[in-house]
Design a binder for this molecule. Structure first.
Ligand SMILES: *Cc1c(COP(=O)(O)O)cnc(C)c1O
Length: 381
């Protein structure tokens, strides 16, 4: 039986090894060198003015809240409106900074609902984290506008969004956000082994991120050793973290970025095929991505009533499905913050399932997955 995995990262092996070889031959695998080259390449690709390469998007989300909290003198228990339907990274960092997560409801795109967001704003609301789930952007502009008009910091968790572009401008989604954070983790679009990018709108905050991601040290080792003249003296100007990325992962990202648009186009083609082969008459709802968007299509999601049985049935056929995500507000760490009514999120989180999606998925794989799903739903009616 052919196995079809949920995700399967695809790497251009020889090209990637050539970039890594440069690092090994130059005896430089750490921060600087390829990390600086990749930051430049990413800025050229995305049109972000500032970008700092990190060891993960989780680090980036934490760094963003830490820097905003310090810069704007937020107090403990100030509120951050956020999505309950996301990877735990988005929300655990709110607790790390002793801020209060306020879970808003979503709509049928699985993105935040602007009505729910508006109803939850208080004088303590300092920030909002929008998650572009699967690469999607529903209500993105509306919520960004609400934040702007109410003086709320708009943070984009763009972990799924590398290469999601507006059709109108062909520009990466996220320009204009106060901070956008991307993931280059192995199963995300633009894969490495583990890495992320933090893109602040404000230059001062970008330089704070550079300082804070390298333990608050005021010069990088790369800067200090650039002229064959290792400058040993430095100062530590804040209580930082070790969150910066390294040249090996930047090497992997450099190659993945070269093919990102091409790879995302393949993902969109597979998504269109799923749209064609899945029959919505069989008690199946397709989660749609917006029409004005070239979605990165990190995920292809549907909602069905017998979700758990479907996952088991498909596993018996060698096909792996996933759930993105369990409702974060049900996790024990959030038990004191789980008090808003979020019926749509509750409903979808019990019904959504992610279908196999990767660059190496074949058209026949898509046809097979869709057929098995329809067979199961027909039989279980
Ligand atoms: C993967 C993911 C993250 C974390 O990314 P890492 O680079 O693995 O830290 C954050 N948010 C969402 C929505 C994710 O899917």
């Amino acid at each position: 039986m052919k196995k079809i995995p949920l995700f399967k990262p695809y790497f251009r092996v020889d090209e990637t090894l050539a970039e890594i070889k440069d690092c090994l031959e130059n005896s430089w695998t750490g921060i600087g060198y390829k990390t600086e080259i990749f930051e430049t390449e990413w800025k050229n690709y995305s049109s972000f003015k500032f970008a700092h390469f990190l060891n993960s998007a989780t680090s980036g989300l934490h760094l963003a809240l830490n820097i905003f909290k310090h810069h704007y003198s937020w107090k403990n228990n100030d509120e951050v409106i956020t999505s309950p339907l996301t990877f735990i990274s988005t929300n655990s960092v709110i607790l790390q900074e002793s801020l209060k997560p306020v879970f808003a409801d979503i709509d049928d795109s699985l993105c935040l609902s602007s009505n729910s967001v508006e109803s939850l704003i208080t004088e303590k609301t300092k920030a909002l984290i929008y998650v572009g789930i699967g690469g999607n952007t529903r209500n993105y502009r509306k919520i960004k506008e609400i934040c702007k008009s109410r003086g709320i910091i708009f943070i984009l968790d763009a972990a799924h969004m590398a290469g999601s572009k507006w059709k109108k401008t062909n520009k990466q989604v996220g320009i204009g956000a106060d901070c956008a954070i991307f993931s280059f983790q192995a199963v995300k679009n633009c894969p490495s082994s583990d890495a992320g990018m933090i893109c602040f709108k404000n230059e001062k905050l970008d330089s704070m991120a550079r300082n804070m991601s390298w333990l608050g040290i005021d010069k990088t080792t790369y800067q200090r050793s650039k002229n064959n003249n290792y400058v040993w003296k430095y100062d530590v100007t804040s209580k930082g973290f070790k969150y910066h990325g390294n040249s090996i992962n930047a090497s992997m990202c450099l190659v993945s970025l070269r093919y990102l648009d091409e790879d995302n186009e393949i993902r969109r083609q597979k998504a269109a095929l799923y749209d064609k082969f899945l029959d919505e008459n069989h008690n199946l709802e397709i989660i749609r991505h917006d029409d004005d968007l070239y979605s990165s299509r990190h995920l292809y999601q549907i909602a069905v009533d017998k979700r758990d049985e479907l996952i088991q049935y498909m596993a018996s056929k060698g096909i792996s499905l996933g759930v993105h995500y369990q409702l974060n507000s049900y996790f024990k760490i959030f038990k004191n913050f789980n008090n808003n009514s979020i019926p749509t999120a509750e409903n979808y989180s019990s019904r959504i399932v992610s279908l196999p999606m990767s660059v190496s998925l074949t058209d026949d794989d898509v046809r097979l997955v869709a057929r098995e799903i329809c067979d199961f739903l027909k039989a279980s009616k």
